[in-house]
Design a protein around this ligand. Structure first.
Ligand code: LIP
Length: 263
């Protein structure tokens, strides 16, 4: 795939993120009329999720008919050129009227993320990157932090009901006990953007899905950070993932984000 072909997908993703954000906001501004149901414990699904994903799926199919598409709600199959989308990441926040949610659009070539656009409409922030061209927030360059001292580190630890709550608590206790400041904001995609922008020093989650990270991986790496799962691989079917400023990566944090076996 040529740089021009990747850049074209980057430009289209930037435009679609804004359009998807406007569509999501049309639901957010009428929450009382928006249908919401639970997919599981603390796992919200709103009608906005489906509408935004359907819009993105159809627009991308029209412009790039030979590309594959995987969405959180509608699924999809792998392809050499593949879009992986979370139409609303931070759905629980979105459903409750909290501003911390986003649209995450990732594009992969041969399963390597090469384009990432994450748009947070209420926050007025768009994080974007394409392979080799750096990472930006609203068009301005961003870099990961230079924190090396765990006692000065801010680390976000994501959670979902996909693993026992005790596993999450144990990880928080271990890392907090090492002296890091820990937090959770309920959007994995924005958690990666916070690392890329230097607002936090690492993002960990014991089980995270590909649509939560596909865009953020590019943004973190192009901002000078690192991404890996706990086994040191660089896989998209990530069970456990660590994103950091690189410096924090080699500290004991990387050895802490483990859990027994696959789920
Ligand atoms: C979110 C994920 C995140 C997790 C949140 C939530 P959703 O996805 O991005 O990894 O920590 O609890 O599951 O459901 O908002 O699209």
């Amino acid at each position: 795939m040529t740089d021009t072909e990747i850049e074209l997908r980057y430009l289209v993703a930037l435009g679609l993120a804004q359009e998807a954000g406007a569509l999501a906001m049309s639901y957010a501004n009428n929450r009382e009329r928006m249908a919401t149901r639970m997919k599981g414990r603390q796992d919200f699904l709103t009608e906005a999720d489906g509408a935004v994903e359907m819009m993105l799926r159809s627009r991308i199919a029209r412009v790039f008919p030979n590309d594959g598409f995987v969405g959180e709600e509608g699924g999809g199959d792998g392809a050499e050129n593949l879009w992986i989308v979370d139409p609303i990441d931070g759905t629980a926040n979105f459903a409750r009227g909290e501003p911390h949610w986003c649209i995450s659009i990732g594009f992969l070539h041969k399963m390597k993320p090469v384009v990432g656009v994450i748009h947070a409409p209420v926050l007025g922030e768009t994080f974007a990157a394409r392979q080799g061209a750096g990472a930006a927030l609203n068009g301005g360059p961003i870099r990961v932090s230079d924190t090396t001292d765990i006692h000065a580190a801010a680390i976000e630890i994501g959670w979902s009901d996909r693993l026992p709550f005790e596993d999450y608590l144990g990880l928080v206790a271990k890392i907090g006990g090492m002296g890091a400041s820990t937090k959770r904001s309920a959007s994995g995609a924005l958690g990666l953007c916070w690392v890329a922008a230097g607002r936090t020093d690492a993002y960990l989650e014991l089980h995270i899905n590909s649509w939560d990270v596909a865009a953020g991986i590019v943004i973190v790496e192009e901002a000078g950070g690192m991404f890996t799962d706990v086994w040191g691989g660089k896989r998209m079917d990530t069970r456990t993932a660590i994103y950091s400023n690189g410096q924090a990566h080699d500290c004991p944090v990387a050895s802490l984000a483990t859990h027994d076996g696959d789920t």
